[in-house]
Design a protein around this ligand. Structure first.
Ligand code: HDL
Ligand code: ZN
Length: 436
């Protein structure tokens, strides 16, 4: 039955479609079990260098919650080095005390942990964390990945495979078994953020790349990217970029990172037939003592994005920006360039009030031609709350827009809604990464 809906039924149809449509999540920091896990579990002992994070202690020591715990117990009460010397469990106990006992867990990340536990049917740990620790230790990580994906209604997620990270490369060198639930993304931040360090690392891996880009640097740099993207079967390449990120024309005399971007990275993406994702606005280590929790946001220059999209019409670009102040101009930029696909409410923007504001603006300026959300989860279990919190907001925005449409006499049918929701939650992404 695909009759035009009365306005009174629109919202129900939209929430049904949004809840029932499996998501393909295009940006996470989750790994398949082949990368090992530091969490002792039913399948075996903890692998201390493992990259797949999950379970109550990893959820509680997620860097968002660590930052918030240091607001309850600032460094003059809990010195940073004292905290970092604690065991993972003791760190988790401290965060639990700060955010869930001494204070009410009303922040997005704290509430998210409770959403996840509830969705898994787990008792809230009012009498301490030992019961939850026992439950997670009884899980088989591969089965648990399936469980989390089922509860979150996700049928595929991308990893973030930072090739300049020694621990990541060591896992690839030890052998990675493909897992159809995961796609790889070749992450190359140093190439654009710290070219000399990237060049030195590539030389260390046998690629003749000079600090000044001389000699065979361009062909060797491309060979490095093609080798690793091929090895990973990367679906796109990516980098997180600072608020100061600038791009003029990548020509001689420009900063070496800009030249490397234009002469090495983007031609490699064209050869591979894959997009490049720019995640712009993260200023690393504003408070170094907080580790991963110490990064800051900053307003970036949208002109870098428009210069790049204009200069490289043969490349496709995913772009997300970290500053709320950049969101409107990013939408306008996407109206100018079909090779620009904006995605997600990234990191400090992934809060209900901002997700609603940004998604509403995107529908009004871009229709259904954007990707509203990604989890950006670092801990597997978070995939549940990141999507349980986002789906109703996306549905609320869409429902209001369809109700406006019905008001004009335009027929909105269940099939219309299903098609549009599939575009937003999976097909815009699949169509954009499809090799040209
Ligand atoms: O660079 C990135 O991909 C960011 O998402 C960082 O990983 C950030 O620390 C994060 O975890 N955001 O959620
Ligand atoms: Zn991320």
């Amino acid at each position: 039955m695909n009759e035009p809906l009365p306005v009174s039924r629109v919202a129900d149809e939209v929430i049904r479609a949004v809840l029932q449509t499996p998501v393909i999540d295009m940006h996470t920091h989750i790994y398949s079990t082949s990368f090992g896990t530091p969490v002792a579990n039913a399948a075996g002992p903890a692998d201390p260098g493992g990259l797949l994070l999950w379970g109550i202690d990893e959820m509680l020591t997620y860097h968002y919650l660590v930052a918030e715990a240091f607001r309850v117990r600032p460094a003059d009460e809990m010195p940073y080095e004292t905290f970092w010397r604690l065991s993972k469990q003791d760190q988790a106990d401290h965060v639990w005390r700060c955010l869930f006992v001494e204070r009410t867990p009303v922040s997005e990340a704290a509430k998210g942990l409770l959403t996840t536990l509830q969705a898994l049917g787990l008792e809230l740990p009012v009498s301490g964390l030992s019961g939850l620790r026992r439950w997670f230790a009884e899980q088989d990580p591969d089965d648990y990945i399936d469980r989390v994906m089922e509860v979150a209604n996700i049928d595929k997620m991308t990893m973030t495979n930072a090739v300049f990270d020694d621990a990541e490369r060591a896992r690839w060198d030890a052998g990675i078994t493909p897992d159809s639930r995961f796609d790889a993304v070749l992450r190359i931040d140093p190439v654009l953020r710290d070219w000399p360090a990237a060049a030195a690392a590539m030389r260390g891996m046998g690629y003749g790349v000079a600090d000044d880009l001389s000699g065979g640097s361009v062909s060797e740099g491309r060979r490095f990217l093609l080798d690793w993207a091929g090895r990973m079967k990367a679906v796109y390449l990516a980098a997180s970029l600072p608020p100061s990120f600038a791009f003029t024309d990548g020509g001689p005399g420009r900063p070496l990172g800009e030249q490397a971007f234009a002469r090495i990275v983007l031609p490699a993406c064209r050869d591979l037939g894959v997009p490049f994702a720019m995640m712009i606005g993260a200023r690393r280590a504003a408070n170094p003592a907080l580790g991963d929790a110490g990064d800051m946001t900053g307003r970036a220059d949208i002109e870098a994005v428009t210069n790049i999209c204009a200069a490289f019409p043969g490349n496709r670009f995913f772009v997300t920006m970290l500053s709320r102040e950049n969101q409107h101009e990013l939408c306008v930029a996407a109206r100018k360039f079909g090779n620009l696909m904006i995605f997600g409410c990234w990191w400090f923007l992934n809060n209900p009030s901002l997700v609603e504001e940004i998604t509403r603006m995107r529908v009004e300026l871009l229709g259904t031609t954007f990707i509203p959300q990604h989890a950006d989860a670092r801990v597997l279990d978070q995939m549940i709350y990141k999507w349980r919190h986002s789906r109703p907001i996306i549905a609320r925005v869409l429902a209001a827009k369809y109700e406006d449409l019905v008001g004009t006499g335009w027929p909105v049918t269940p099939k219309t809604i299903e098609r549009d929701v599939r575009l937003l939650l999976r097909d815009n992404y699949l169509n954009f990464i499809a090799p040209r």
